[in-house]
Design a protein around this ligand. Structure first.
Ligand code: GLU
Length: 381
């Protein structure tokens, strides 16, 4: 197959690396492989791309260090043992990424998340804005699940799902799941010779989900099922997903050269998908009235500042969806608000510079950031 323009159209890219690629059977980090991938990440950044890494491997590395039996494919650990292993392994994993990225002078940041951070909208807004700030500062965030604190209820349990959530949270354009297997097959290719490779999936249907059950991978705790779950979530958020074989030393180059892989195509741009979610997918928790000057500024593509707010209604929390309306009650748009109703009421009509004095903490300049706001007229497409 000839090479497809894999990275050209994408601006914000997630690279997810499975434990089985990054560590050997003994649970040692494969530095040479990591360096090869990091050289490619540096290349993508050189082309102006933003890159986020979702890296597994903490438990595999940590269990070896703690003498809990080496290797990701070894005996199943008890929950407290995996959590201890994750704690011991994560520091080594982060260090390995830091060392490798430092060869290109690329700054790195460790971000550990649980599902609560992506579901609770207050925390979601914080995580989203921290990640965007890191990207703006040209840092590569290296993300993993916060395995040491995650209980059954708040665990992702696998980093494919985590990558899907991150894709949605940062409005990524492309998520590359580097795996031991080069895509989705109609049956498990290890046991069924007639298994056929599926190059493109235009929609994640129940039939596709059934196929996923048929293909096994040795990667960490995930498998094809979790990769499909990632694809379902990410494509709905406007992010393309590709499952690609990662064993090669320069797996991204292989992908560009046309190596076998499975594409899951998104049918809307990430910003469009996010706007639809904000506008139609959430129930408003309150209303904010704004003056004519602020309404004009919103029309010009600006954020909503506290100075333009004239009224606050409802018991909303930070991160909740609210309706923005004018003095006549006419709805102008909807957005995720950066302050609770009580705080919004205290800072309404005031300059952003006064926020700290009024609230006792330095919040955001905007009441609703432009990226979190969708106008009723002509902004939802
Ligand atoms: N968060 C786990 C780790 O770093 C990996 C989860 C997975 O295998 O997907 O060890």
């Amino acid at each position: 197959m000839s090479g497809r323009d894999v990275f050209g159209p994408a601006q914000r890219i997630i690279i997810k690396v499975g434990s089985a690629l990054l560590t050997d059977a003994e649970g040692a980090i494969k530095h040479e492989w990591l360096d090869g991938l990091v050289d490619e990440i540096a290349g993508l950044r050189g082309r102006g791309k933003e890159v986020l890494v979702v890296s597994s491997g903490a438990i595999a590395v940590g269990r070896r260090r703690l003498g809990l039996g080496a290797g990701p494919r070894n005996r199943t650990l008890r929950q407290e043992e995996s959590q201890a292993a994750a704690a011991a392994g994560q520091i080594r994993l982060a260090h390995a990424w830091q060392r490798s990225l430092a060869r290109h002078d690329i700054p790195v940041a460790q971000v550990l998340l649980t599902t609560e951070d992506t579901e609770d909208r207050r925390r979601y807004l914080n995580a989203r804005s921290t990640l965007s700030t890191l990207l703006r500062l040209r840092v590569v965030p290296v993300i993993n699940e916060n395995d040491t604190v995650a209980t059954e209820e708040i665990r992702f349990g696998d980093n494919d799902s985590l990558a899907g959530r991150v894709a949605q949270m940062v409005s990524a354009d492309l998520c590359v799941l580097l795996s031991e297997i080069d895509g989705l097959y109609t049956a498990d290719p290890k046991v069924d010779k007639a298994a056929e490779h599926v190059p493109v999936v235009a929609a994640v249907t129940p039939a596709i989900e059934r196929l996923a059950g048929a293909t096994k991978t040795a990667d960490g705790s995930g498998g094809m099922v979790t990769k499909i779950a990632c694809a379902r979530r990410a494509t709905a958020a406007g992010c393309h997903v590709v499952i690609a074989g990662g064993k090669h030393v320069q797996p991204l180059q292989e992908l560009e050269n046309g190596a076998r892989c499975t594409w899951f195509t998104a049918n809307a741009a990430p910003q469009t998908a996010r706007k639809r979610w904000i506008y139609g997918g959430l129930k408003p928790a309150g209303r904010i009235q704004i003056d004519a000057g602020a309404a004009r500024a919103l029309g010009r593509g600006k954020s909503l500042l506290p100075a333009g707010v004239t009224g606050v209604e409802g018991g909303f929390q930070r991160g909740d969806p609210v309706v923005v309306h004018d003095a006549d009650g006419q709805e102008l748009g909807r957005g995720l608000v950066a302050y609770s109703a009580a705080d919004a009421d205290l800072i309404k009509g005031r300059k952003s510079a006064e926020i700290e004095t009024l609230l006792g903490y330095r919040g955001r300049e905007e009441m609703i950031h432009r990226d979190d706001l969708v106008l009723t007229e002509g902004d939802q497409a």
